[in-house]
Design a binder for this molecule. Structure first.
Ligand code: URA
Length: 256
């Protein structure tokens, strides 16, 4: 590894001490479910939801009118898919409700399900380090959410009907936050937000849009814990995100 790359990884807290020893976090789709590098994992199929409409139009319309307290209560009481049967806690999301930055993961793992907060396991520690590397901090101008608010048993990938049932919650969160930039963590988050099938390799390094909001795709922290060579790519994605945010801010200040 070159010295420069070594330094970058250190800055992100991505030195080998963050390598996952025991599998406790949710398993993002591109990363495979079992520890160790899965064969051709990034190309594994994730079926995106067929359309942005989920549940009945009435349910969606109701959710789209909710304020924060109503939305939180709605998620806490949700029984729209079978994941509610085995959950301990719903994981609504956490952070600054007026954040410029929104990071979206896949779904709660065991620790998140126990605590009711996203990214509190090993992957969460790495996410916090990734945030720190770009001078961000959980809760300060950052909101962290997931595609799913309930844990899929065994940390399997979200089923299309589960993602579909949960999609209005995430959409309403995004409407309420109005972030300047969304960072999709992993392929499951990316394909669900973009509502199209693609490999993470083809999605990274480009500026996408979610309902008019700029969106950047990077690897899921749980994947990075097991795939050292891709950590430098994640750093490049974060640099791209910072540059994009700067550009957005400059555009706003130039027009005022
Ligand atoms: N993985 C995710 O995608 N989300 C979490 O909240 C935790 C692990």
């Amino acid at each position: 590894m070159s010295r420069r790359r070594d330094e970058m990884l250190k800055e992100m807290g991505l030195s080998p001490r963050w390598r996952l020893r025991a599998r406790t976090d949710a398993a993002p789709a591109e990363e495979g479910v079992t520890p160790g590098p899965p064969p051709a994992a990034e190309e594994r199929a994730v079926t995106p939801h067929p359309s942005p409409v989920s549940g009945t139009d009435d349910r969606r319309a109701r959710i789209m009118r909710m304020d924060w307290p109503a939305l939180k209560a709605c998620v806490a009481a949700c029984t729209a898919c079978s994941l509610h049967e085995k959950r301990n806690k719903t994981v609504f999301g956490v952070g600054d409700e007026n954040a410029d930055w929104l990071f979206v993961g896949e779904g709660p793992g065991a620790e998140e399900d126990a605590q009711g907060e996203p990214f509190v396991g090993q992957a969460g520690k790495l996410l916090d380090n990734m945030l720190a590397a770009i001078k961000l901090k959980r809760g300060q101008n950052v909101f962290i959410a997931n595609v799913l608010k309930c844990r899929p048993p065994g940390n399997r990938n979200p089923a299309p009907e589960e993602a579909l049932a949960c999609e209005p919650h995430l959409q309403r969160q995004i409407e309420l936050i109005q972030p300047k930039l969304i960072v999709a963590l992993g392929r499951v988050a990316a394909v669900n937000l973009l509502a199209r099938e693609a490999s993470i390799a083809s999605l990274r390094g480009r500026l996408h849009q979610y309902r008019g909001i700029p969106l950047i795709v990077t690897y899921h922290p749980a994947y990075l814990l097991r795939n050292l060579p891709d950590k430098a790519k994640a750093w490049a994605d974060l640099c791209f995100a910072v540059a994009t945010m700067k550009g957005l801010e400059n555009r706003v200040s130039a027009s005022t």
